[in-house]
Design a protein around this ligand. Structure first.
Ligand code: BGC
Length: 362
């Protein structure tokens, strides 16, 4: 009898061990979690995906600036998806406003480290600070998912070559710029409203430090030129992604250049919505004597396409990016391999598909 009991116990112990191992290798259950804690409890263990249970995982998120319209949609979807669909606990997720100040944001990241988060999702104020931030996270053994503002290629190459647990998810801004240029090239006069053989435009740029702003500025014009049009830049000015600045810049340009302005290119929809206010105040009519394009597909912008007050925009898929960022975070927490760069496609938005896109984003 005694002999039998001992054998049963031995079998049970063996099974528990096998189960714990299996849990540690897969998604990380409670038992895997406590195993990890016993096995050293260092932050590096967590980074190695030593089985942090998703519902217990502490997440530090910092957004470059809460007042940014696009990033507001993005962060709302990010938290919703993590809690509703992936099983994170809302009170374990801390979302900070970087207030467009890198020093402030770096402080927040330091606080995340001190408070022992398991993973960070960061929308840097300045993508040029990625090397410093990555090293801070690496020392602390915390994986990091960068979103929206792409660090330099030399930095992401380093993650791969040095095996650093960092990744980026975004959308290739060259594609969005190209779509903007094509939208103008697809109008009946290819943007040359006054028929003088060239398209005269103003460019309202985002924050020029940002690769999205650089690429959209460059590739929108390139696409128009690739479509055979000559172009003339009347003005290029930074509007920092901000509606009020977009309005002011366009108002001043329309006063200065008047009817010579045939196209207003804006690096995002917030600035394009500002530009529309200035265009209407100047008595100009989009689609008739001026064209206007943005990027993002904010609801108001897409509605304006439906109403014929915007020439076009480009859907910057924040659903895909936010969900992708959260999925990458889970992969890190599970100790899975994660590639350095993850891209989501943009979608061209014109009068043909504006209704359909509106349904998607409403
Ligand atoms: C969006 C902008 C936003 C910026 C923030 C861009 O991808 O198009 O609307 O302001 O990201 O970094």
């Amino acid at each position: 009898m005694k002999m039998k009991l001992r054998r049963v116990l031995a079998v049970l112990m063996c099974m528990t061990f096998v189960l714990a191992m299996a849990a540690g290798c897969s998604s990380g259950s409670d038992s895997a979690d406590s195993d990890a804690k016993e096995a050293g409890d260092s932050a590096a263990d967590a980074a190695d995906g030593a089985g942090v249970d998703i519902k217990d995982a502490k997440v530090g998120i910092s957004i470059y600036q809460f007042s940014d319209n696009f990033m507001t949609l993005y962060r709302t979807e990010l938290v919703r998806y993590m809690v509703d669909e992936l099983g994170f606990t809302e009170s374990n997720i801390t979302v900070q406003d970087g207030k467009n100040d890198q020093a402030e944001q770096t402080n927040q990241i330091n606080n995340f480290i001190t408070s022992g988060v398991d993973i960070m999702i960061l929308n840097l104020v300045q993508s040029s600070s990625a090397p410093q931030v990555t090293d801070m996270c690496k020392e602390a053994g915390i994986p990091v998912v960068y979103i929206n503002r792409q660090p330099d290629e030399s930095e992401s190459d380093r993650w791969t070559s040095e095996g650093i647990k960092a990744t980026y998810i975004g959308a290739d801004a060259r594609q969005s710029g190209t779509y903007q240029g094509e939208e103008i090239a697809e109008t009946e006069n290819k943007g040359d409203i006054n028929g003088d053989g060239k398209v005269s435009y103003i460019m309202v740029q985002g924050d020029p430090e940002n690769i999205d702003a650089q690429y959209r500025t460059e590739f929108s014009i390139k696409a128009l030129e690739d479509a055979g049009m000559e172009t003339e830049e009347l003005l290029l000015q930074r509007g920092d992604w901000d509606q009020a600045k977009g309005q002011q810049i366009t108002q001043d340009a329309l006063t200065q250049f008047g009817d010579d302005v045939e196209v207003v290119f804006c690096n995002n929809d917030a600035m394009a919505l500002g530009a529309l206010q200035a265009i209407q105040a100047a008595g100009r009519t989009v689609g008739k004597d001026i064209y206007l394009v943005g990027v993002d597909a904010l609801t108001d912008a897409v509605q304006n396409i439906v109403d014929g007050k915007f020439t076009g925009t480009v859907f910057n898929d924040y659903f895909g990016q936010a969900q992708g960022a959260a999925d990458l975070a889970v992969k890190f927490l599970n100790g899975e391999e994660v590639g350095a760069i993850n891209m989501v496609d943009y979608i061209k938005v014109t009068p043909e598909n504006a209704e359909e896109i509106l349904e998607k984003i409403k």
